[in-house]
Design a protein around this ligand. Sequence first.
Ligand code: ZN
Length: 90
Amino acid sequence: MQILFLIASIVLVFMVVRLMLKTPDVPRPEHPSKRRQTMSDHGYKTSGKMLRCHYCGLHIPEEESLQAEGRPFCSDAHRDLFLTQESTRE
Ligand SMILES: [Zn+2]
C-alpha cells in the first residue's frame, strides 16, 4: 500500500513539473497599426507640413491625410465617421 502512495506522489510531481514547463511564452506579434506611427517618427518623407485629424486629433503628414469638406483626416474610417455624424446631425 505504501508503494502505491509513493508512485502516486511521483506521478503527481511529474505532472506538476510538466505543467510548469508547458507554460507558453509566446511572443505577441507586432500590431500592424503601429507601423504608420513608427514611419512618421523616423523621418518619413514629407513636405514637413503636419495636419491634425479632425476626428481623433492625430497628427499626420499632409501627403497621408485625406480631405473632406476642407478638413484633414487620418484615415478613411475617420473621414467616413465624421461625414456620417455630419449628415445625421439635426
Ligand atoms: Zn483620425
